[in-house]
Design a binder for this molecule. Structure first.
Ligand code: SF4
Ligand code: SF4
Ligand code: SF4
Length: 348
């Protein structure tokens, strides 16, 4: 442990911590755009700078380790001015159509501009003019909004391990794309959407099925129902309808999802989804009450069991059910029907 002083308060923190990690543990909020706690510090956006007494330059807190006796200021005037300047430079060539942007309300650049009181554009720079790539079935890449934080590229190669996208060109023209300016549909992209989930601005954005504003929604933490990995996710819900999915930092997925978890939520609110049991009568399925359906099921089970024995049953359950429902289903087979003939569609 080392003793440091942050904003006038003496604290002890582990000696291998960065200043950013120490601040996070102490509940001090430092803005970040390129930082991702699952990756090595990148120090590209520089918005996490802090002031250290005795040091003229403002170091980035993500890449600077704490040292014994360090005296740190996280929100001094010098720090706030530096952050403001970084934001001014970032928005100098950023399209400021926030009213029309799908990321509005969930955009870190917008949030920090508000927090740091950016009232007008100080530098008017050349705007970028890249075509919007909507060739992927699930998400759109609008590189005119990219702030070159690099998170998408690093997440795709270092966490998702696909390496479908990279930075192209240099300087002002730096942007994220597929080698040789190919569209995303021609890349190795597996549409997991992990790049989309980490993009702090509206440069990578899901193709929306519903129009919504983030302030109209609520987050519901749940477990993906598609496979046994059990990824944790937050459903973004508007008027009781899922409109987007964000990965959560669950123990098995650590903020990642696959294409099914990220984009395959339409079935939940699909109009074709059965909400009442159907019983076939005179060759046609007709809606029935649960009581009627259960009594038909128990009658049939008893009849077949009596005629052909317990081994004549097999049960196949669904990945759309929760773990608890699947547990109950195998219990029904083993304890009530009396055999082990149970399986699950995730194994097919
Ligand atoms: S969707 Fe997944 S595979 Fe495709 S570019 Fe993004 S992170 Fe890489
Ligand atoms: S597309 Fe988004 S995540 Fe990728 S570099 Fe640009 S701003 Fe960062
Ligand atoms: S997101 Fe993909 S990997 Fe994760 S539980 Fe769902 S289906 Fe499985």
């Amino acid at each position: 442990m080392v003793s440091i002083t942050i904003n006038g308060k003496k604290v002890k923190v582990p000696k291998d911590y960065s200043i950013l990690e120490a601040c996070k543990e102490l509940g001090i909020n430092i803005p970040t755009l390129c930082h991702d706690e699952r990756l090595e510090p990148h120090a590209a956006c520089r918005i996490c700078v802090v002031e250290i007494v005795g040091m003229e330059k403002l170091p980035t807190s993500c890449s600077t380790k704490v040292e014994e006796g360090m005296e740190i200021y996280t929100h001094s005037q010098k720090v706030r001015e530096a952050r403001k300047e970084i934001l001014n430079l970032l928005i100098s060539n950023h399209p400021l159509n926030c009213l029309m942007c799908d990321k509005s309300g969930d955009c870190k650049l917008q949030k920090y501009c508000y927090e740091y009181n950016i009232k007008e554009v100080e530098y008017v720079g050349e705007k970028k003019n890249y075509p919007i790539d909507d060739s992927n079935p699930f998400y759109i890449s609008d590189q005119n909004k990219c702030i070159d934080c690099g998170k998408c590229v690093r997440v795709c190669s270092e966490l998702q391990c696909t390496g479908a996208i990279s930075f192209s060109e240099r300087g002002f023209n730096t942007h994220v794309g597929v080698p040789f300016e190919m569209p995303l549909e021609k890349s190795d992209c597996v549409s997991c959407g992990n790049c989309v989930s980490v993009c702090p601005v509206g440069a990578l954005i899901p193709k929306r099925k519903e129009r919504f504003m983030y302030e109209e929604t609520k987050r519901v933490r749940t477990t993906c129902s598609y496979c046994g990995v059990g990824c944790q996710m937050d459903l973004i819900v508007k008027d009781n309808k899922i409109v987007e999915v964000h990965p959560a930092m669950g123990p098995s997925n650590k903020g990642l999802l696959c294409v099914k978890g990220k984009f395959g939520y339409k079935f939940v609110n699909h109009p074709d989804r059965l909400k009442k049991p159907l019983i076939k009568k005179n060759g046609k399925f007709v809606e029935a009450s649960w009581e009627e359906a259960y009594s038909l099921i128990t009658d049939k089970i008893n009849e077949i069991k009596g005629k052909y024995g317990t081994e004549s049953f097999a049960g196949l359950t669904s990945a759309r059910c929760t773990n608890e429902e699947n547990y109950l289903f195998q219990k029904l087979f083993r304890a009530v029907i009396g055999n082990n003939n149970v399986d699950h569609c995730a194994r097919l």
